[in-house]
Design a protein around this ligand. Structure first.
Ligand code: ZN
Length: 152
């Protein structure tokens, strides 16, 4: 779920957040309202049910070739997140030629972490506004919000 879907209730008495963020001052306490994206909750729920069933099949019925293919695909997908959208596109830590970029973005589509552009935007916000209300992974809002609510 994207942080842009979050809503903060009772904004009428709050100071201008953008000035507080620019001054790096903490925001005053205020009530937060959960605004769940039910489409994403449904998809994530079914994906995890499928994952549990997949683990069961992995351990009981799958051929070793299938298990090997899964492990290779899982590794490639995780590398597309860490080396691709995180290090290459978000932080521009290195440069890659077109074939590698196509490969990374192809595997990234299997990670189900939204689009590359969304991932990069959200992660840049995370670093820029770390541990403030503007941080989509704000750990001060709890484990669910920081790890699951955003989806990356
Ligand atoms: Zn980062």
């Amino acid at each position: 779920m994207h942080s842009s879907e979050q809503s903060i209730t009772d904004d009428s008495n709050r100071p201008d957040d953008s000035k507080l963020i620019e001054n790096n001052e903490p925001l005053p306490p205020h009530p937060m309202k959960w605004n769940l994206a039910w489409r994403d909750v449904t998809i994530i729920t079914f994906m995890h049910i499928g994952a549990v069933y997949g683990i069961y099949l992995f351990l009981t019925a799958a051929k070793w070739q299938t298990c090997l293919f899964l492990l290779l695909l899982h590794t490639a997908t995780m590398l597309s997140v860490t080396a691709g959208v995180h290090r290459l596109w978000t932080h521009k830590s290195y440069k890659a030629k077109l074939p590698l970029r196509i490969l990374l973005v192809s595997f990234f589509t299997m990670a189900y972490q939204y689009s590359c552009i969304s991932w990069v935007r959200i992660h840049r916000m995370h670093h820029k506004y770390s541990d403030t209300d503007a941080d989509p992974h704000n750990a001060k809002r709890g484990l669910f919000f920081s790890h699951i609510e955003d989806g990356c």
